[in-house]
Ligand binder design. Structure first.
Ligand code: SAH
Ligand code: SF4
Length: 344
């Protein structure tokens, strides 16, 4: 198996090269080429042919090559379909906010979690991504638009905490000067609530944001749309969320897709208020995107407003998220789905 050289940090690369009989300083040279987006070892003109041959034989340069682009006509949102080195596809979405460019990247090809409202959850699971493949998605988007990306969300395809080690490696690498140097404060992880990993993550005390996909205020409703809830029920997810807030002193976010007649009643809003009462948190309400053929409809504007008002009255910080790129199906999982069906 070839070694994923772009997932290594400087000290690992030094160890790898010196173990194989090359000089220590070559590591920095190789990293500099990687930073300059070298596509092949032949581009690395200042390293000796012997080292280039060794790298070609034993390692590979991970990539996330943009193969399809959808640009929104109503805002600046861009959706990318990336091809990985082994031919697999994942998606990313680039959004322009007043504070800069933000990209939402994928952490797995598909997802094992099977949430009923999610296009990715319906597409099965193929494999997890390496740290270098997560970085490559950001870098390819930067090169496409010719601008630096300031914020990153691990909110594309896949469950980040089902790929924990690679995600932590990614966070450490991407925030370092040897890589893209994007500070952890500018990165947010979204999880469906893999409780033990949420606690591990809190223990690391990284300054990275955490967003928890809740989507229902009680076990009965949540288990209906999110099978993971049968393994890690709401009480455990909330306890782990509080643990994260205590450990990091950071506000936590909860994602709540409003599905008409499913989780958007006044009672649901009241239960949600009780559940989150007193916690340092923010609730993102997202009118559900009907993509899986499960027949889900967005809550009406009236219900969206009623829901957010009940939360506000209970002192819970909540907003209905404006949906960017609604004309290009900017929720991850959909471009790939259409692409595989031959529609794009
Ligand atoms: N697996 C992680 C991160 C990827 S999903 C997680 O579940 O959190 C990113 C976000 O999109 C999650 O909050 C997810 O619940 C939400 N999502 C997925 N499909 C959606 C849909 N059809 N409508 C609205 N939100 C959706
Ligand atoms: Fe996986 Fe997240 Fe989709 Fe659920 S919502 S299936 S956890 S990607």
């Amino acid at each position: 198996m070839l070694t994923d050289i772009k997932s290594m940090n400087l000290s690992e690369l030094i160890a790898y090269l010196t173990d194989n009989g090359f000089e220590k300083f070559r590591a920095k040279q190789v990293l500099t080429w990687i930073k300059q987006d070298a596509r092949s070892f032949d581009d690395m003109t200042n390293i000796p042919a012997k080292l280039r041959e060794f790298l070609k034989k034993n390692t590979y340069l991970a990539k996330a090559q943009i193969v399809r682009v959808q640009r929104s006509k109503i805002d600046d949102t861009i959706k990318y379909l990336y091809q990985l080195y082994d031919g697999e596809y994942v998606e990313g979405v680039l959004m322009r906010y007043h504070h800069g460019l933000s990209v939402c990247i994928s952490t797995q090809v598909g997802c094992k979690m099977g949430c009923t409202f999610c296009a990715t959850g319906k597409s099965g699971f193929s494999r997890s991504l390496t740290a270098s493949e997560m970085i490559a998605q950001i870098r390819s988007a930067e090169l496409d638009v010719g601008e630096r990306i300031s914020n990153v969300g691990l909110m594309g395809m896949g469950e980040p905490f089902d790929n924990y080690d690679n995600v932590i490696r990614f966070l450490k690498l991407v925030s370092s000067e040897d890589s893209l140097h994007i500070g952890m404060r500018h990165i947010t992880i979204s999880t469906c609530g893999i409780v033990p990993r949420m606690r591990d993550f809190a223990d690391l005390q990284l300054q990275c944001g955490l967003s928890v996909s809740l989507h229902a205020p009680d076990d009965e409703a949540r288990s209906r749309t999110m099978p993971i809830n049968r393994r890690y029920p709401i009480a455990e997810v909330i306890a782990a969320s509080k643990y994260y807030v205590d450990k990091t002193n950071r506000r936590i976010s909860f994602e709540y897709a409003l599905i008409s007649g499913e989780n958007d009643s006044d009672n649901h809003a009241r239960s949600l208020s009780e559940l989150l009462s007193g916690m340092l948190c923010h609730v993102n309400l997202i009118p559900v995107n009907n993509v899986t053929g499960a027949g889900y409809q967005k809550s009406t504007l009236k219900r969206q407003n009623a829901f957010v008002n009940i939360l506000a009255q209970a002192g819970i910080n909540a907003t209905v998220r404006r949906t960017l790129g609604s004309d290009i199906d900017a929720s991850c999982g959909q471009l790939k789905r259409n692409f595989m069906k031959g529609d794009v």
